[in-house]
Design a protein around this ligand. Structure first.
Ligand SMILES: [Zn+2]
Ligand SMILES: [Zn+2]
Length: 360
């Protein structure tokens, strides 16, 4: 698909006058956005993930529609794409943020150098120093690939879990993450409603937790790999898409039950994470593996068919009404939160006197 996009952009480049050549990056991004499900593995929306989401939604539709006569294609489309959700103003904001992020993220990602490879290679060096060079590296087998794939996925999700928990309890980070939670209607596009600075903070967490596993693996397998190993390690991500990951940001109620729900995240468990009702606040931080929420006591499983209220608490009006407020307000709020924190710390360590104390 990249070749097709290149060809269209080349055509445009030749046909556009010099004064309009600045439109090319926007045209490329529009094509990448449009062809997204079929391009570079599909990113957040691979085509097979969309098909799986539609299939699971179809089951939920049939299950929830008692009258057989109501089980029509039109009814299904209305069930999947209700007007009150898809015409909500915040859907446009989600769309704009998703469109702009690839332009902004590389420019603001100040932590891109902190990668799994960087940390894992240090761990491998340390193991070589402690245990000596590995002269007889292990060979990959289907079983070891499967175990490592699940372990990698777990560790990657643990890094996300830690970041996500911190983003809810540390005010300067919450100011940034809040943008994702200000969505008052969940659609799959809400997955892209993430401030560009969020990835800069999240990256090192995931790099560190996966490196804790990658370092020893590189040492014990002597840095060797195989196509099977590479394919195998990326399998869990694809399987989560087949399990309805795209429905995590949607109104479609899909719950895998209390046993599976304690291990992997059902779509409704992430929808609950977005609910601002007091009983749902600061629950279900994991993206894929609910095991982390189960272990750390932050799991919330639905008690029957619950009512959810999406959006932020403490706001009478939507703070992120457009692209500018969505990008600028979190930075300003984060700055204010940092200042408030610095002031509290300075007061605590008596670096600052309370107001009026100096004059007395
Ligand atoms: Zn959150
Ligand atoms: Zn979300």
């Amino acid at each position: 698909m990249n070749d097709t996009i290149d060809a269209i952009v080349d055509r445009l480049q030749q046909s556009l006058p010099d004064a309009l050549q600045w439109l090319l990056p926007i045209a490329r991004r529009t094509l990448e956005y449009g062809f997204g499900p079929f391009n570079n593995g599909g990113g957040r929306f691979p085509w097979y993930g969309i098909l799986a989401a539609l299939g699971i939604a179809a089951v939920a539709f049939v299950w929830g529609t008692r009258d057989k006569h109501d089980r029509t294609l039109a009814g299904f489309l209305r069930f999947c794409f209700p007007k009150e959700i898809y015409l909500d103003k915040n859907v446009w904001v989600d769309l704009k943020i998703g469109f702009m992020n690839p332009f902004i993220q590389p420019a603001v990602n100040i932590t891109w150098r902190i990668t799994t490879v960087l940390i894992a290679s240090r761990i491998t060096e340390l193991l070589t120093l402690l245990l000596g060079p590995n002269t007889s590296p292990a060979a990959w087998t289907p079983t070891s690939v499967m175990i490592c794939a699940v372990a990698f996925s777990l560790m990657s999700d643990f890094g996300y879990f830690l970041f996500h928990w911190l983003a809810h309890v540390f005010p300067p980070l919450w100011a940034i993450h809040k943008l994702h939670h200000s969505a008052e209607a969940l659609t799959p596009l809400t997955a892209a409603r993430v401030h560009p600075l969020e990835r800069a903070v999240m990256g090192p967490f995931m790099a560190f937790t996966t490196a804790l596993l990658a370092g020893p693996i590189i040492y014990f397998y002597g840095g060797t790999t195989s196509p099977e190993a590479i394919f195998g390690l990326s399998m869990p991500g694809s399987l989560f898409f087949l399990a309805g990951h795209i429905l995590h940001h949607s109104h479609v109620w899909v719950y895998f039950g209390p046993v599976i729900g304690r291990v992997i995240v059902s779509p409704v468990q992430h929808q609950i994470h977005h609910s601002s009702l007091p009983q749902h606040c600061d629950r279900n931080f994991a993206e894929h593996w609910a095991i982390w929420d189960t272990m750390f006591g932050t799991l919330y499983l639905p008690q029957g068919r619950e009512t959810l209220k999406m959006g932020l608490t403490g706001y009478t009006k939507q703070p992120h009404t457009g692209l500018i407020t969505a990008l600028a307000l979190p930075v300003w709020d984060s700055f204010k939160a940092c200042l408030a924190l610095a002031t509290r710390l300075a007061r605590h360590y008596r670096l600052l006197q309370p107001p009026g104390a100096v004059r007395r």
